[in-house]
Design a protein around this ligand. Structure first.
Ligand code: S3P
Length: 434
């Protein structure tokens, strides 16, 4: 973690140039995990170097996988197959990473040894029954602490099930697929709302069939995984901060090459276009099975819009920065279906409402929705609530603010995007350590 824990952003600035973004966080976790389960070697290229992904890699190494970074972003994983994993000597500490913890639950539920999974203060508050409960239906012995971490898993044989997912969660879906791969028989799940499908796209690269039929996904147990080479596309969730920054800054234009634009992830682009954003998305060759595009974005006058639950599900991690776009738009924006955002790395609804009201933009918070009416933004001191995306969203807000913004608690940015402040300065943001 860095020396300072705050940023000071001078108001205004222009965004120009071309930015090379880091690898996709969701896909990086999956590549590391699946490669560690496979037999033989896998080369992973473009893996995100962040605390969350390092937590996954560290946990896999504790489980006995041979896993090392050969050069920045390139990892070599020597898998010995599922049966090659061993009981770790100590609890697996997943830091801030919900993805690491939930996916590992699915992976470990069927391994014949006990494991304990722990996390930091934020992760220790997050709900884990959503993954523990369907795994128990498969026969897993798994205990949470009143629904939260630490999690104790006494791994053993699992039986395939048919499961209707009550909530949209790619993490739960992926955990069940990793468990299903090791279960007797077939595991099928039906999604409430379609969530990101990186796991379903990646498993076949390693030789495991995954049948997708609309909202229903099935996997046959007992399939062997073989090492594969994976290139990780650049992260659209990281791009979103700079896309909104460019839209709200004057006379700005930015190019973002080779960004992943999986249709289950691109809600942010749809919403911004609906708001009048000038964004060009030029499809380039897919990377593995993931669609990729060069994105060009220009300063644009934004207008308020209505965003429903289905679209929010495809822009779930972009909610903080979409709130900043809404604050800079003419008229009112309503974002509906925001319940899940209250249980992310922070309560993102409350954190955005607090920060925006500090800047002079009131947010009406309803039961499952928020309403934001665009207003000129002032400045002030913003708390990140130990949440990387809250910190980055308010840094971007300074581009359209009239006074300086101080963001407190920025060390959490290292969980997903350690290079953010450097790229922000390179692009033209007036960001200083404070
Ligand atoms: C993720 C899924 C989403 C998302 C998270 C990453 C993943 O969470 O918010 O940042 O990699 O599967 P849920 O699946 O809990 O909605």
């Amino acid at each position: 973690m860095g020396m300072t824990d705050g940023w000071r952003l001078e108001p205004g600035g222009q965004i120009r140039g071309t930015l090379t973004l880091p690898g996709d966080k969701s896909i990086s976790h999956r590549a590391l995990l699946i490669a560690a389960l496979a037999e033989g070697s896998s080369r992973l290229d473009g893996v995100l170097d962040s605390e969350d992904c390092r937590a996954t890699a560290r946990a896999l190494a504790q489980l006995g996988a041979e896993i090392r970074e050969t050069s920045p972003g390139n990892w070599l994983v020597e898998g010995r197959g599922l049966d090659g994993l061993q009981a770790p000597g100590a609890p697996l500490d997943l830091g801030n990473s919900g993805t690491a913890m939930r996916l590992l639950c699915g992976l470990l539920a069927a391994r014949p040894f006990p494991t304990t999974l722990t996390g930091d203060a934020s992760l220790s508050q997050r709900p884990m029954e959503r993954v523990a409960s369907p795994l128990r239906e498969m026969g897993a012995r798994i205990k949470t602490d009143s629904g939260r971490p630490p999690i104790r898993i006494d791994g053993g044989p699992l039986q395939g099930i048919a499961y209707d997912e009550p909530i949209a969660s790619a993490q739960v879906k992926s955990a069940l697929l990793l468990a299903g791969l090791q279960a007797r028989g077939r595991t099928c799940l039906t999604e409430a709302v379609p969530s990101r499908d990186h796991t379903e796209r990646m498993l076949p690269l390693f030789g495991a069939d995954c049948e997708v039929d609309g909202a229903r996904i099935c996997i046959e147990g007992g399939q062997a995984l073989h090492g594969a080479d994976v290139t990780v596309p650049r992260d659209l969730s990281a791009a979103a901060f700079f896309i909104v920054g460019t839209l709200i800054a004057p006379d700005s234009e930015l190019k973002l090459p080779s960004v992943g634009v999986n249709p289950r992830r691109d809600g942010v682009l749809q919403v911004l276009r609906q708001m009048g954003a000038g964004v060009d998305i030029d499809a380039v060759d897919p990377v593995g099975r993931e669609p990729v595009a060069d994105i060009t974005v220009r300063s644009s006058a934004l207008t308020g819009t209505d965003i429903g639950p289905d679209l929010i599900a495809n822009a779930i991690d972009e909610f903080p920065v979409l709130c900043i776009a809404a604050a800079c738009a003419r008229g009112t924006t309503t974002l509906a279906g925001v319940g899940e955002l209250r249980i992310k790395e922070s309560d993102r609804v409350a954190a955005m409402a607090e920060g925006l009201s500090t800047l002079g933009v009131p947010v009406e918070v309803g039961d499952d929705s928020v309403r934001i009416t665009g207003r000129p933004m002032g400045g002030g001191t913003i708390r990140s609530h130990r949440d990387h995306r809250i910190a980055m969203a308010f840094a971007v807000a300074a581009l359209a603010a009239s006074e300086p913004i101080v963001v407190e608690g920025v060390r959490w940015v290292a969980t997903s995007f350690p290079g953010f402040s450097g790229l922000a300065r390179q692009a033209g943001m007036r960001l200083h350590d404070a």
